[in-house]
Write a protein that binds this ligand. Sequence first.
Ligand code: SF4
Length: 768
Amino acid sequence: MSIDVDAATQEKRYTVAVRALCEFTAKQGDLDLRFTPSPTAQEGIQGHAIVAARRGEDYRSEVVLAGDHGPLHVRGRADGYDPGRRLLEEVKTYRGQLSSIPDNHRHLHWAQLRVYGHLLCEQLGLETVNLALVYFDIGSQQETAFNETRTRAELAALFADQCGRFLAWAEQELAHRAVRDAALDAMRFPHADFRPGQRQLAEAVFRANTGKRSLLAQAPTGIGKTVGTLFPALKAAPKQELDKLFFLAAKTPGRQLALHAAGTLKLHADLPLRILELAARDKACEHPDKACRGDACPLARGFYDRLPAARAACLDAPLLDRATLREVGLAHEVCPYYLGSEMTRWSDVVIGDYNYWFDGGAMLYNLAQANGWRVSVLADEAHNLVSRARGMYSAELERGSLRAARAVAPPVVQKALEKLGRAWTGAGKDAPLPYQVLDKPPAKFVDALGNAVSAISEHLAESAVPLDPALRDFYFAAMAFARLAESFGPHSLFDLAREDVRDTVLCIRNVVPAPFLGPRFEFAHSTTLFSATLGPWNYFADLLGMPQTTAWIDVESPFRASQLDVHVAHGISTKFQRRAGSLAPIAALMGRQYRERPGNYLAFFSSFDYLQQALERFEREHPDIPTWRQSRRMSEDERAGFLARFAVGGRGIGFAVLGGSFGEGIDLPGERLIGAFVATLGLPQVNPVNEQLRLRMDDMFGAGYDYTYLYPGMQKVVQAAGRVIRTEQDRGTVWLIDERFARPEVRALLPAWWQMDGATQGVSVPAP
Ligand code: SF4
């Protein structure tokens, strides 16, 4: 569903896909998301191709059809048309038993086919048409067709009925868009003035949106990045005819900031803006012990019947955050999580996690494609995107999980799992080392894996009882692995790790997410990735697959060099082999700094072990200085307790791990934090996996060490040290504890506004 201008009449029209129109008007009954082994996208495409190949020479596949009803423009592609038989077909692939396709799905399929039937009659001037709903079984490759013949008049009446029911909503949407765009056009910046740097950022985002380009923006903390990106993107929306703005964040606090900023813009300019927060399913679910289907969960029962009223209530809410969705959902007895998903269609600003746009089955990306939305995307804290995206396109299979699955598998699945076991052993034969990278997943193994997945799918489709958890877990892992094996390429490593002779772990490890993310950047009208540490830009552009036309900006910091004393501890090495010797001088340095200027400090170390050793040494030397520490797997309360120690007027040093939960995304302005010690370059561990990554980075970009070790490490250092100065009033100290910080190539990666002149940089520390 998108709004555009009719070229002939110059009037605004509402374009809707046939599927979306029918989902709106013809979906009824329960939400039914029981796990059924539905065909994969690939299988679906193959199924359609098989059916088309069985038809005659004149058969036309993928017939493009369109028609109008008032301001509604309806378009879509029917699966196939046989002119000789005047037969229009809609093909649906399935697996298992035909009777398991719920009635409300069939109802929807018929509605779609009849709309296509009407559009075809109008296009070809037919007075009658034969319609066939063809269900194709992926397993047996059998077709089952349901037929009917309809007159042009009947189909026109059905089409008018569907459109009529949608039209009231569409007209409301058109009116909303007109008012929204007028208000955005007139919108002024919500504060008296831009903060230093904020205008530069806002202008760059505006230019990127008006120029339909992507943007990488490195912008320091404290300039108001969230408003500084939301405001210009919204301001550009009317002229660029943007349907929606997606604001993506790596973590919940980033989402909260965006919600607050969007809410402020809305309030300040009295914008009729619909703002939606997408929360994770496990956070929004009201019945975590139940399945998402009508016979299990009361909020799934009759979901589509009650949806229209809930949807209307949502539009009256000033802000659709998680709490409001819950309130509306419960009042209308519909699931708040799926209500939120539904409302993405009707919202202007959607705020959610990266995965809604970037991962393999990303909901927002899929909806935008299906509906032809013109979208602008903003991604905050984007330095996280490389590692997050790598995770989205990686998969692992443990031999132990296959054994566990075999132990509970029914006889019909056993044979396929046994074969898979043999192929797995064969794959491992060529990899005798504890860790080895192979060229690609062996064909025999991939075939056996595909067969095992099919066997479990067939069993699941036929069986009335759910899968045993061990078999189910293996099935999900195997499906994910098989999907990635299909698209295996130089962007990924295929490796085998051997814990002992029996236990091997196979991994498809994505190292360059660019081929997966690139199409998303190409599809969006504009994408802005921003963060305080987004350099060097080529690292992100290469790994993420940003388009050639991507702009890059390094926003000037609002902070003065005089606010931050940056020291390099020349005499200390934090290299693994020299750690023991580093403990005494680090304790001495920290103690001296603390006594010179008592207050709250954070001290970062590269691992929990190093942290523990440094803490013990420090406490021995300075028992009077309060300390507290980050521990492994802290709960939310424990994390809050750690941060609460950084009170105004407080004293002491919090010990934390670099790259952990206190190394970024926390805000301790003023006296709450007056200094940081960073006792490491943050370089990832040298291990076989990282060494393979280095080789691949060298092959692909000629920058193995930098892309694997130096850049990711220094991003963590700058993030951690960036906790100290949060406002233009803050003053503080950063100690970079390692002699390598003095190297020119390392210093080049530190923020330009940090001043490390002779007076501060040259502080040396007594050798151990
Ligand atoms: S409340 Fe939970 S179980 Fe029920 S439909 Fe929603 S997500 Fe599924």
